[in-house]
Design a protein around this ligand. Structure first.
Ligand SMILES: Cc1cc2nc3c(=O)[nH]c(=O)nc-3n(C[C@H](O)[C@H](O)[C@H](O)COP(=O)(O)OP(=O)(O)OC[C@H]3O[C@@H](n4cnc5c(N)ncnc54)[C@H](O)[C@@H]3O)c2cc1C
Length: 287
């Protein structure tokens, strides 16, 4: 008989203790839309630590410093938060793209990040917005930038006993906004062939004064592409600058060929998405 022990602590300290001292494989459960699928057909003893009873994991607070996003906040709740959408519309859109209405009721940005799929929709949007992961473990707390969090296909920097406890999104400068776009072969319920998250800051005269460009599904991890941002900064986001950013993103990508698309196709598509996402972000930023 398989022994699966379910615990639902109400504090981070208790969750960390359970994870750190477990003698069997231990998994954090947020929405379970990845975890439960992955557990099918597996018969090893396991500890499941449900974090949804921990208040801070399920809260999202907006302050002058930015947004402190509890990692287990369901996408449906995030999509209903106009205060967060007003600051990070692209991130909220990325979370809204995950799955169906049913999946949305449970799936979370933290789960998307910790599952660490190369095609995870929220990761490029988080990177574009300079998001930081707060991680707590037996040795205390540490903070890691999202672009350094994922280390490979379904691998990340967390070690035994560690828990992602907060995603911090710093308050963007005035006249800043973001956008996330992905391409899928179907109209919905599919994973990205390529994705792009872009954040743009505009000066009073419409010149781009800052930018962040991140791409997804075109390498083993989502990538921050500083060369693409550099092509946009200092420009009025004219066609030449947008094309240079697209070319930089295509050049930085390292996709594979699979049944969803070839290397050449993905490289082209990711450039197109960067161009379009940059235009949308700039329009939102007031351009
Ligand atoms: C039908 C369907 C459609 C989908 N469509 C998409 C899609 O379009 N785009 C997309 O990106 N994904 C998609 N997914 C994948 C999945 O829904 C997302 O990755 C989702 O965001 C996972 O969130 P969750 O809360 O359900 O994570 P869970 O399944 O609870 O957790 C995922 C992983 O992260 C770990 N984990 C979760 N929270 C923490 C934490 N705080 N600290 C440490 N580890 C943690 C878990 O142990 C597990 O390994 C889809 C899945 C399904 C079933």
């Amino acid at each position: 008989m398989v022994s699966v022990v379910y615990e639902a602590p109400d504090s981070i300290q208790d969750a960390v203790k359970l994870l750190a001292t477990s003698k069997v494989k231990a998994n954090v459960l947020a929405g379970g839309t990845d975890l439960l699928v992955q557990m099918r057909g597996q018969h090893e003893p396991r500890l499941i630590v449900d974090v949804k009873k921990i208040a801070s994991m399920m809260a999202a607070n907006v302050s002058a410093d930015g947004v402190a996003l509890g990692p287990a906040v369901p996408s449906a709740e995030l999509s209903a938060r106009d205060d967060i959408k007003a600051i990070f519309p692209g991130l909220v859109e990325a979370a809204y793209l995950i799955g169906s209405t049913q999946v949305q009721g449970r799936c979370s940005v933290g789960g998307n990040l910790c599952n660490s799929s190369p095609a995870a929709d929220t990761i490029p949007a988080l990177i574009a917005n300079r998001a930081q992961c707060v991680i707590e473990g037996p040795d205390g707390e540490r903070t890691v930038a999202v672009e350094d969090f994922v280390t490979g296909v379904q691998r990340n920097c967390m070690t035994k006993g560690e828990l992602l406890t907060m995603i911090k999104l710093p308050q963007p400068a005035p006249r800043t906004s973001d956008a996330y776009l992905r391409f899928i072969p179907r109209t919905e319920m599919d994973i990205a062939v390529a994705g792009a998250g872009v954040s743009i800051t505009l000066g009073e005269d419409g010149t781009c004064t800052d930018a962040r460009v991140a791409i997804g599904a075109v390498a083993v991890t989502a990538l921050l592409v500083p060369e693409a941002a550099a092509a946009l900064i200092g420009s009025k986001l004219d066609d030449a600058a947008l094309q240079a950013a697209a070319d930089a993103a295509s050049a930085a990508s390292k996709p594979i060929t699979d049944r969803r698309g070839t290397i050449e196709y993905r490289k082209h598509v990711v450039g197109v998405l960067v161009k379009r996402a940059a235009k949308i972000a700039a329009e939102r930023a007031g351009g």
